[in-house]
Write a protein that binds this ligand. Sequence first.
Ligand code: CO8
Length: 267
Amino acid sequence: MKIAVEPVAEANVLYERKDAIVLITINRPKVLNALDRVTLTQLRAAFESARDDTSVLGVILTGAGDKAFIAGADIGELARLNVIEAEAYSRQGQAVLDLIETFGKPVVAAVNGYALGGGCETAMACAIRLGSDNAKFGQPEVKLGLIPGFGGTQRLARLVGKGRALQLILSGATIDAQEAYRVGLVNEIVPHADLLARAETILRQIAANAPLAIKFALEAVNKGMETSLSEGLALEGSLFAVCASTDDKAEGTAAFLAKRAAKFLGR
Ligand code: CO8
């Protein structure tokens, strides 16, 4: 993947561009890409840049090195937190992951190794998760006298069901890519060497579609998961109507009827 490094690149989080796709890499391989507060701040800035750049159509999130996606929050930092700081840290992490979940463009987690604690939570905030064959997942916080604090108690149960989520959270067990696939925590398992290429292929397939339709489909599914079926259906109807008023809808339907490829402008 040949990419140009953008000026927003910082030491702990790399921001690299390949035309409409951005690769964001957590870059602390010596500590298996553990998330400290500085890294979380840089991660927020990277996602804000990608969100605000209208030429960006999707993001791949991964970890530096061959061993880890993100091995969790930085335990050295957690060890020093008092109760006030712990709540602020948890809220900071939750806000960054909310930003990723409500990003409005597809985000693919390319899980290239350990995704533990805050790492599993970060992957779960992404729209799509791919696991390399060496990926490992878990919520081991109870082994540290903690519970998941970046949304894990909520998103894991929504993704894999309450029973499986409780088993993972209460045992602190680590599961491999096959088990993560079996329970629905990852969409696909990909050979390690092919992980970024597969993520890019998926994003390019999505990017060929109407950007506003992608944004509203993400919103309908995300908001629908948090509400009743009837409210979700009402939202879907409203967003469907918004889509019907776009230039992209006129272009997409006209292109189909004229048997030509559509050219979407995101308007
Ligand atoms: N934080 C800080 N350092 C870490 C972390 C981490 N999460 N994970 C690994 N490291 C460091 C190790 O200390 C080690 O450093 P050093 O070389 O200086 O000794 C280096 O990375 C390499 O790690 P290992 O030698 O341990 O590598 P192994 O291959 O033997 O083991 C493991 C890999 C199994 C991933 C192991 O490192 C491990 O168990 N790591 C901790 C995983 C964990 O418990 N993660 C959850 C953390 S808690 C969390 O994420 C809570 C999120 C919500 C927070 C809410 C805020 C209040």
